[in-house]
Design a protein around this ligand. Structure first.
Ligand code: ADP
Length: 685
């Protein structure tokens, strides 16, 4: 249908335009052919062109090109009376400005009769701002959704009645429900009792009173998973509005791991606390134990001291009669006897000697245990020591039909400094054992030496026998005290199991070691090393000079005619020593105690005194001190201590009191004679 332009060109047209121009929104009229009939001033602003430029042109030119077919469709629909509602987003169009720019356009279309024409009136509005705002809103919503969807913490939104509106994936993982399962449901399904039963009440209370319980503050509550399991969760809630209604946004965090960690930590703290307490207890116990130990040690020390002095006393008591037995038997053996008598006397001698050696072992052991075992350092001659050892055993070897060999390898220094009696004791013990446990074959003592950097002489000794041998199982323990290889043979061979323990002690004190190699049935080799000092050249020269004088005097020794005073309370010993000295050609007088001895010296002239140590009235040490106070030759008479007190330090004590020498009991005639000669010689010099 042709457009009746006049319809809006006349007077009524002008007023129509005037009305249209007052309208804020853009208004345009389109005739049935799609041409623009009216274009108000709001449209001019919207489209950026004048009405004259648009009038009579196709209205679709005001639409972006791509949407023109859609525009035509819209017009057609309108004609059919089926036009979409204003603002329907499906039919949104974009306006095309003359400068080429576009704008989103909201519009409404109506139809009315203008004269005979059905004219379309289109009201247009630029919704650029709204569209932007809507887009921004959509973006921000998307952002929020993305945050909520990807949040590590669970986010759940409920309405004022407790119905779940949002349930993010973190919540799904946490509670085991899918969002679909819970949306629209009461949030209490996520709670165990009693919260399950009381939650509606909480909400009601809040609605009615506005009194907050947990809103705005975080707290730990218990959640319930889909499978019914409960777990600790931290919950904080905020209140907001959504679509004009009040909603509550809950942020939840599964605290199971943290709680387990905290519990483990707590347990560790408790364990540590317990450990600390138990350590404290142990510490206390240790202190108590240490105190008990100290008390026990004190007791043990006291007991040990008592034992040592008991042993010293016992040894004195036993040695005194032993002196009698051995001395008298020796005298007896020197007399003319029948063969039977000699055998019997020899048996007495053997038994007494064994008893004495046992006594010595026990004494040594008590010294070792009391820590009183000390070594002497005196010059000695190795050759002499070996020869005397060889001599000592020669008879016994012959008796058993054993061969005795002593082999010295290399140029061993002969003049040495050390404790010769103790060295002899070790040799004595090993050889005595070798003889005891060997019935045929030989016993061989091999000596060698080396000189380490420390300036000592390391003397290596091996005592080898072809006897019983020792079971490997006991070899290692043999050097412990009271250990014997085979107790069943103890009856046959006797012994206490102390000898080797004492040997080890002596050897170790001489900075050495002791060991053995043995095979049952084939024999044993005991080896030991001791460190000794070499005698200095100057000491050797002095010694050589002394030896010369000694030899000279010794030759005349047989002719010594000396008057000796014996101070001794024991009658057996008096008679024994008297016989001994008389046989050696000395003249002798007896004093029964120290006091008598001092008196005798005041009254008469003596060349020498033999002084027992323990005597009634006045002991030997006191008597010696008294003698040394005497005027004239009596005050300087040589005094030899005779004593069964063989404890360490005795010798020093006697020498300190003013005695000149020392002879142990039981008395060895040779030792006594040698001591007497030494003292007389010194006196003469
Ligand atoms: P005792 O000889 O007094 O028993 P020892 O300590 O000297 O004590 O010796 C301990 C044990 O070692 C002896 O009882 C013996 O069984 C064993 N023994 C020592 N030397 C030998 C040896 N040469 N041959 C075989 N057995 C030996």
């Amino acid at each position: 249908m042709p457009i009746e332009v006049s319809a809006i060109e006349g007077e009524s047209g002008a007023s129509l335009r005037a009305i249209a121009d007052t309208i804020v929104d853009g208004v345009l009229l389109i005739d049935s052919a799609g041409k623009v009939l009216l274009f108000n001033s709001a449209c001019e602003k919207l489209f950026g062109c004048k009405a004259v430029e648009v009038i009579d042109r196709d209205a679709e030119s005001l639409i972006v090109e791509a949407q023109r077919p859609r525009f035509r469709e819209l017009i057609a629909l309108q004609r059919e009376g089926k036009a979409p509602e204003a603002g329907d987003s499906d039919w949104l169009l974009a306006g095309q400005r003359q400068d080429g720019s576009q704008f989103p356009m909201e519009y409404s279309v109506g139809e009315f009769q203008l004269g005979e024409q059905a004219v379309l009136v289109v009201v247009v509005r630029d919704i650029t701002d709204r569209a932007r705002m809507e887009q921004e809103l959509r973006d921000s919503e998307a952002q929020h959704r993305a945050i909520i969807e990807s949040a590590v913490d669970g986010v759940v939104i409920i309405d004022a009645l407790g119905s779940i509106r949002l349930f993010n994936p973190a919540c799904e993982t946490m509670f085991g429900f899918s969002a679909q399962e819970v949306l629209g449901k009461n949030v209490k399904i996520l709670m165990p009792s009693p919260d399950y039963d009381q939650h509606d009440g909480y909400l009601r209370h809040y609605r009615d009173t506005g009194e907050r319980r947990i809103i705005g503050s975080g707290r730990t509550v218990v959640g319930r998973r889909r499978d019914g399991a409960t777990f600790p969760l931290e919950l904080s809630i905020c209140e907001t509005e959504q679509g004009g209604t009040k909603v509550f946004v809950g942020f939840v965090r599964d605290m199971s791991e943290r709680k387990a960690y905290e519990e483990a930590l707590q347990r560790q703290v408790e364990d540590l606390e317990m450990a600390r307490a138990s350590l404290e207890d142990q510490g206390m116990e240790m202190v108590l134990l240490a105190e008990e130990l100290a008390a026990a040690k004190e007791q043990a020390d006291a007991a040990n001291a008592a034992k040592s002095s008991f042993l010293a006393a016992m040894s004195h008591e036993i040695r005194t009669p032993m002196t009698g037995i051995i001395g008298m038997t020796r005298l007896l053996l020197d007399d003319k006897l029948t063969e039977d008598q000699r055998d019997q006397a020899q048996t007495v001698m053997d038994c007494a000697t064994t008893l004495l050696s046992l006594l010595n072992d026990i004494l040594d052991l008590s010294k070792i245990e009391a820590g009183h075992f000390e070594l002497d350092r005196q010059p000695f001659d190795l050759k002499t020591l070996l020869e005397s050892t060889q001599r000592l055993w020669a008879g016994r070897m012959d008796e058993k039909g054993l061969e005795f060999r002593v082999i010295s390898e290399g140029d061993i220094p002969q003049r040495l400094v050390g404790d010769a009696p103790r060295l002899r004791q070790v040799l004595f013990n090993l050889i005595s054992n070798a003889i005891k446990f060997t019935d045929s074959g030989y016993i061989e003592v091999t000596l060698s030496h080396d000189e380490p950097d420390d300036g000592t002489v390391a003397l290596h000794v091996a005592v080898r026998d072809t006897g019983l041998g020792i079971d490997a199982a006991v070899q290692e323990r043999l050097f412990e005290k009271f250990v014997q290889a085979d107790r069943t043979i103890t009856g046959t061979y006797g012994g206490t199991g102390l000898g080797l323990a004492i040997c080890r002690n002596i050897v170790e004190m001489m900075d050495g070691t002791i060991g053995l190699e043995s095979k049952l049935g084939e024999g044993s080799t005991f080896t030991f090393t001791v460190h000794l000092a070499r005698l200095s050249k100057s000491a050797m020269i002095v010694e050589a000079a002394e030896d010369e004088t000694a030899e000279g005097e010794d030759e005349a020794g047989a002719a010594v005619d000396a008057r000796i005073l014996l101070a001794e309370d024991n009658l057996v010993n008096q008679s024994l020593i008297r016989s001994l000295l008389q046989r050696l050609g000395y003249e002798i007088e007896i004093a029964n105690n120290g006091k008598e001895a001092v008196e005798a010296l005041r009254g008469g002239a003596f060349d020498l005194v033999l002084m027992d140590s323990q005597m009634p009235e006045m002991d030997g040490v006191t008597a010696t001190k008294e003698v040394r106070k005497l005027e004239g030759p009596a005050g300087s008479v040589p005094i030899i201590a005779l004593t069964a007190n063989a404890m360490v330090g005795d010798r020093e004590r006697y020498l300190e009191a003013g005695m000149n020498d020392y002879v142990p009991k039981p008395i060895e005639p040779e030792l006594l004679d040698a001591a007497i000669r030494r003292c007389l010689r010194a006196k003469a010099a």
